[in-house]
Design a protein around this ligand. Sequence first.
Ligand code: PLP
Length: 400
Amino acid sequence: MEIRSFYPQPRLLMGPGPSDVSDRVLSALSRPTIGHLDPDFIFLMDEIKLLLQYAFQTDNALTLPVSAPGSAGMETVFVNLIEPGDKVVVCRNGAFGERMRENVVRCGGHAVMVDSKWGEAVQLDQLERALDDNPDAVAVAAVHAETSTGVCSDVQAIATLADKHNCLSIIDAVTSLGGIPVKVDEWGIDAIYSGTQKCLSCVPGLSPVSFNDKAVQRITARKHPVQSWFLDLNLVIGYWGKGSQTGGKRSYHHTAPVNNLYALHESLLMLKEETLSASWQRHQLNHQALKAGIECLGLSFAVSADVRLPQLNTINVPEGVNEAQLRQQLLNDWQIEIGAGLGDLAGKVWRIGLMGHSASQPKVLTLISALAACLVAQGGSVDSLAAVKSATKVYESAGN
Ligand SMILES: *Cc1c(COP(=O)(O)O)cnc(C)c1O
């Protein structure tokens, strides 16, 4: 067998991540690799930090991209903040809440679960009861945007409740950052992690995290060393923490993924140029257009409107339609990727991501046409033109 260079077919990425990466970000990725302690690179790191502070809406000094995907950001937060014996209240309303529980347990902590049904938001009264019943809890963990279900939880209220009960708040913002408001300082979030390949539309492989002073105090006051060498922030701070503004020197910890960081810098710069509020609005507008189109095709949402994420649309598979076959046809005939359901929702829903650069008018209109064609191929009778027209109307009324 002869092995050749790999050239992937360009796809439209409209699933739960990764999302479409712009040419600007891809071209940043291909710039010359330089040393990770090169003064020019140190300058870039300082700018990335500033741009991340903007994206997270925070002044937290400990704001940096972990050199690994979102799951490593999750792990960074838990291994640094949780010590053996710590009690943590974990809100679980989907797959990623369950992963938070796993992290707590693997850190030797005790997880008190606040469970909601898949497809529902975290119930605040339930959380408050759990906090009243567990006055010795040290932290509350919750997912802002549950990508497994397409549900948004009120993490501002969750952080407020945590604070009221002397707990740190730990928030998963992997799918929310850039797509819907995330205001770390204003909402009083103590520790947060995200990912690059969802609404930031960067390549996968990095995880922005941010910790406020309260969280940092907890890390520096630990009784046990962090069991992960790579993710121990006490060590990472030596590399990321000392900015050129402070005149401090950075020391070697690990070789940063230099080119990935060029890409992150470019994608965050694009977000800053667009502005956060315009990005949030764009995600909302594309969601409304998609909604108009798919409802015209007779499809419905699996999640109630008040907790729906604009960037992750969970759509019920209609009776008589083969879920996997439709996804396969979208990929083969249209080069469009959408997501399948997870857990209890497997086989019952599709997950359509409108994240970052995938949240755009031509892509949404293409998807609606493609969905219509695939439904017709399975014997459905839908009006493709009417669906595109109703989506187009949403854009027109927004002045696009
Ligand atoms: C995607 C995702 C993660 C994991 O991120 P990876 O980059 O895949 O490791 C964690 N939490 C949520 C809510 C996600 O959507």
